[in-house]
Ligand binder design. Sequence first.
Ligand code: GMT
Length: 376
Amino acid sequence: MKIGIVCYPTFGGSGVVATELGMALADKGHEVHFITYNQPVRLDFISHNLHFHQVLIEEYPLFQYQPYELALSSKMVEVVEKHQLEVLHVHYAIPHAYAAYMAKQMLKEKGIYVKVVTTLHGTDITLVGSHPTYKTAVEFSINNSDVVTSVSNNLKETTNKLFNITKDIKVIYNFIDVEKYASAENEECNRIAIAKPHERILTHISNFRPVKRVEDVIKIFNEVRKEIPSKLLLIGEGPDRIKAENLTNKLNISEDVIFLGNSSEVAKILCYSDMFILPSQTESFGLAALEAMAAKNAVISTNTGGLPEVNIHGVTGYLSNLGDVKDMAKNAISILKDDVVLEQFKENAKEQAKRFSLENILPVYEDIYKSCYKSK
Ligand code: GMT
């Protein structure tokens, strides 16, 4: 099949899912065309059936805001026409679903028919999309997509609550290539470079936006560290990084907190780690937690959004109420203080991650594209 994929090319979860999906489809022989403003960060191979088309923006001084949607929909029209794509799969509703609708209409005028699959990822619904500024256009573009998917049951319910949705939303969970995630037993995993053998390693990965509550991560670690020798790895960049560094200094724990910045080597880093901390205000799925689970990490998270669909309370880790740092620290300590308990949670996490394997999820997307082809 010939599929166009539109996404944010950054380290955000939606871009990661879109890129991994595109690479896996190309690997299976489909022709995949990424249409975005930069080469996606995880796009780590190029093949004869994997293409990247850059959306360029003409800066014009009259505009306070450059019209990205216009440039994107024009590019979609150009790529669909030139490469005879039959499906456009857009990740993150804003503004991709809207731009795809416009592209579809423009193509129709030329007698070219393309189907639009929209995947809702989370903040495009929960934080940004439902804001009165965008709501009308987001609702319209969801209802006018040919197929709509969401990354968890919780996100589906939330979308139906916040918008007047006339389409059935199909839930397709985030996925991972389980094989990519080694654990500490693997000889390539150089754990000793990060911590002493008796120390535990805790990790947090995000874009350090307020919704991730990175200060809660530091507070939880501070409590854990009082009882258990440990190190905290923080991976990512974003607006709250300075706040996190300031809190680390204030608590006088900076020697045990390592800020690694953005990384494309997440799997190599996670293999060191024992536990993943995700105290988000909301999380439609929690791809970062799933990646950590695949690398054999127990998970301490909030019980918000779709997290209970991924992290199983008392089995793969624990879930706490938003902001309950004390409970999250208590739960973390209860796992980390005992080798046998920790190993059991880590094993369970790895087992649970396998449910979300690429080989289980990829055919579901392929079936959706096939149904688009059939209903042309
Ligand atoms: O987590 C982020 O802030 C990035 C965001 C994105 O859209 O790029 O991630 C969302 O999509 C991921 C992939 O589907 C989900 O795993 C994340 O849970 C979701 N983030 C939120 O809902 C906050």
